[in-house]
Design a protein around this ligand. Structure first.
Ligand SMILES: [Zn+2]
Length: 295
């Protein structure tokens, strides 16, 4: 059965049925479609109980500020992607989980606000990390009355949103002229997706409801008055997601711990062999795009 593309409306044929191989919460199969026009890969129908596929341990909240500080040092590469364009000011992060990046940004001098749908994470962010946290699963509405931002960041969040277009448009309106919107997400043009298809761990059925090509995002945000300032798939985040992709996609074939461990090691080896190919022609597993709002 065809479904209209949620970006451009063209009739889109089913691409495959995928299971929740990452977390095995259900044995159900989920139908993904690919738009022949804009290349968007999307899940339809989106399960009405989507929240049930985020188990209580989805966010492993740190036990202390010291733990958060240690974890946040691994995210310095995200700041390094932002500071060539904006060095200070108001920063909004949507979907920070327990706040590795939000805390690091705060420590680096940004005035940080976050919108997060998980109540436990919000509590941790406010009480331990000292970050202003808005508890909401509707980012567009949550920021309606907030002052504009110098930076809006979405790290691997957009692919979880059933209707990303209006959310992006609302966030785009909240960026100051000259400010940036930075966005990282799985790449539906990745080499791994071509080779692994439905078994690619970054399909993450049913939690990932849209895999968005970079050019689609660019056309969407250009229409909102932005220009592409930078695109990378070879930053430490992208390279890490490549390795994660090989390892988890293979390990998900195993149920037993011993076989799983062996497949993780094979995946690590494979990621080193494939690295030169994945670094070419935007074929990496995940991209980060920096959009700058025209002054
Ligand atoms: Zn489309």
């Amino acid at each position: 059965m065809t479904e209209p593309c949620l970006h451009c409306g063209r009739k889109s044929k089913p691409l495959f049925l995928a299971k929740d191989w990452n977390r095995r919460i259900t044995e159900a199969r989920f139908a993904y479609h690919r738009c022949p026009g804009c290349g968007l890969v999307f899940l339809r129908p989106v399960p009405e109980n989507l929240g049930d596929y985020y188990p209580p341990d989805y966010y492993p909240v740190p036990g202390s500020l010291a733990e958060l500080e240690t974890a946040s040092t691994n995210e310095r590469f995200k700041l390094d992607l932002i500071t060539p364009f904006v060095r200070s000011g108001r920063l909004l992060e949507v979907g920070p989980a327990f706040g590795n990046f939000a805390y690091l940004a705060k420590r680096s001098g940004f005035e940080v606000e976050v919108v997060e749908m998980d109540a436990r994470c919000c509590g941790f962010l406010r009480e331990v990390a000292g970050v202003t946290a808005i508890h909401s699963d509707d980012a567009a509405r949550a920021v309606e009355d907030r002052a504009p931002y110098d930076v809006v960041a979405l790290w691997h969040v957009i692919e979880h949103l059933p209707d990303f277009g209006p959310v992006l448009a609302a966030l785009a309106r909240k960026v100051k002229p000259g400010g940036i919107l930075v966005l990282a997400a799985p790449n539906p043009e990745a080499l791994q997706f071509r080779l692994l298809g439905r078994r690619w761990t970054h399909v993450d059925a049913p939690r990932h409801v849209a895999l968005i090509p970079v050019r689609l995002l660019a056309s969407h945000l250009t229409g909102c008055g932005f220009s592409v300032a930078a695109v990378t798939m070879t930053d430490p985040g992208g390279v890490g997601w490549n390795q994660f992709g090989w390892q988890m996609s293979l390990a998900n074939f195993a149920r037993g711990r011993a076989l799983r461990g062996a497949l993780l090691r094979v995946g690590a080896l494979l990621s080193r062999v494939m690295a030169p190919l994945e670094r070419n022609d935007r074929r990496g597993s995940a991209y980060t795009v920096v959009f700058r709002k025209d002054a």
